[in-house]
Structure formats: C-alpha cells, structure tokens
Design a protein around this ligand. Sequence first.
Ligand code: V47
Length: 378
Amino acid sequence: MIRAVTRPLDAVRDKVEAGERLSSVEAEMLWDESVDLHELGELANLVRERKNGNLAYYNINTHLNPTNVCVYRCTFCAFRADLREARGYVMSDEQILARGQEAVDAGSTEMHIVGGLHHQKGYDWYLNVIRLLHDAYPTLHLKAWTPVEINWFCHLTKRSIRDILGEMKDAGLGSLPGGGAEIFHPEVRDKICEHKADTNEWFAVHRTAHELGLRSNATMLYGHIENAFHRTDHLLRLRELQDETGGFQTFIPLAFHPANTRLSHLAKPSAAMSLRTMAISRLVLDNFDHMKAYWIMLGIGTAQAALAYGADDIDGTVRHELIYHDAGAETPEILSVEELCRLIREAGREPVERDTLYHRVVREAGGWSTAEPIVVRS
Ligand code: V47
C-alpha cells in the first residue's frame, strides 16, 4: 500500500486555511530551507488577501534625523557619529522647520523622526523638535522616537515612561515608529546593542503608548548574527503584546545592510531570505493588520515580490532617509507617487494612499484630507 507522506508544511497549511494560530514549534520549523519558499509565500499571500483584499498601501512621507551624534555604539549602525567626529551633525530649529515646510510643500502627511542620543542635548531639546514642528505644521503626523529614545529621556529626567509619552503627545507626537527592536533575545541583543533599551524596556514603552491611545509599529532586524530560534522568539513576543493591547499597526522586517558598520564582514541577506522572513512574519503575526515591505531597504524588485509574500504596504515616497543610505543602500533617495503606484500595479495590486493611522487619503485641489479608516478583516 502506498501511504501519502505528510510534510510539516501540510499541517501549517491546514491551520492557515482554517484561520488557526501557529505554535512556536511550527513557526520555527518554517525557517528551514527545506520548507518550500514559494509554498510558504502562497500561504502568507492567503492571509494578506484575507485581511487586505487586493489593496497595497503607500504614504507620502519625509524623514527627519535631527542629530546623528549618539552615546551608543550599536554594531549594526552606520548612521551614528561620535561627539567630536567631523561627520557628526545637529540640526538647528531653522533647519528643522525648513524640513517641515519642505515636507508640507511636497504633500507629505507624515514625518518619521528618529535620531541619535546626543551626549549634550537634554530632553527639552528633543521635546522642542516635536513642539516646533507640530505648532508650525499641525496637519503633519509626527511618527517619532523609538523606545530607545523614550528610555533615554526617562534616564535623563528621572521621569516615568507615561509622563514622558504624555508630554510628547500633548506637544504633538502622533505615533511611534517601529525601530530599536533589533532582535529581542538577549543572546543576540547583548552582542549587537548591549547598552541601549533592553527588551523589557522596549515593550514597556509600546505597552504604555498603547494605553495612552498612541498607535505604534514594530520591526525586526534580520540577517546578521541571529538564527531561526531568535527570529521566532522575536515574533512571538510581539504577538503576545498585540494580544494584550491591539496597539500595533504594522510589522516591518528590516534586512541588515552591513556596509560601513562594525559587522561589515557579513553578507547582506538574500532576496529569498527577505521573502521568507516576510512570509513567516505574516503567518506568525496573525493579529497584526499590516506587513510593510520597506522598499528603501529591500530594493524595489524585492519589495514588489514581497507584495505576493504577505506584504500589503510598501512605506512611502520617503525623502531624506539616512540610516540605510549610510549603510550602503543602493535604492533611490525618493520615489514619486507615480513610481510607487506603478510598481504596486505591476505587482498586481491596487495602490491606496493612506495616512499614518490607515485612513484613506483624498487629494483635491492641491490639498488633502482623510476619508474613512481602512477596514481590515481579522
Ligand atoms: O532600529 C539600523 C535598523 C531601524 C541598520 O515604523 C539597520 O514605519 C539595516 O525602524 N542595516 C530604524 N537596518 C528604521 C525603522 C523603520 C524603518 C521604516 C519604517 C518604520 C516604521 C521604521 O533601522 C533601527 C535598526 O533596526 N538599522 N542600521 C543597518 N545598517
């Protein structure tokens, strides 16, 4: 008698089709190269489609990194500078406001603000960045500061996370970006960024932000010294907090770029690894509405392919990105709306402009307004 061989992916397929949650053992197994990448992609695509139909989102956004001077020396970072290094910079209020004006003139709905932890700048300097921009450009959503910065502000002021986030929110903070997550497991975190906010602190900031009604994103930096166990652990920790608060909007897997870093001897993760990471993230993070294929980091071709491997968002037009370009990213510094829409359509999806909080954006007579929130099926 010939018996059908059941493969590990068959059990996963049954669960995904039934809308059931994957266990940690099932999730970790998916990283093995013997698990067919394209079949994995097909399952992730099923989840993407169930949640977001054929829509793929983008926004019009600008980055602002007010300083690159940083007290920390994360091994993966090419952006940071020492206090007295020639390439170190600190933006003046005028330069920050000019960046805001440029963003508004370009039709941006969002400014993504993160930066170094400057040895000589106090908390008030960082608070002022938010206040200045919000007072001058109130319609620009300020997605700013990771838990690494918030934790640093708590350290500087001896105040609580809730206090700092509350004050930032009153000053105009709109939401938190997903950075600073790297890899949560201490076996890796202690080697790549031992001094900055630890995993418990990262989660405490997001939990408090969600309690205060701020939405946030989450990332994972992959393709350096971590392995399948660490990546799985990372995703499961995020899934757990999302069960508790529901405050995360988007997950963004970030491929490590080694150029100009202390890990420059490592190879860049391949497109296959990036697609596998996107697909597994989509399957494990069943309680996240959105998966972002950040084109700056993936490259345009892989970002397009990722729209069939679980991703429903490709970030935005992006202006003034430094973190990836300092680390050797070869992508352009900016894409026009026409280019973004073309690459989404080429990938078989329907482009939708969203704001940071996933409302549709309507553009008329040179201005913009937000329409209804985008409905995602769970
Ligand atoms: O936390 C730093 C990563 C992150 C490198 O929330 C690097 O919408 C690769 O979080 N190679 C910052 N990665 C970027 C980030 C982000 C990006 C896009 C959208 C959103 C969002 C958030 O970039 C850092 C770190 O994990 N990073 N250096 C590097 N050499």
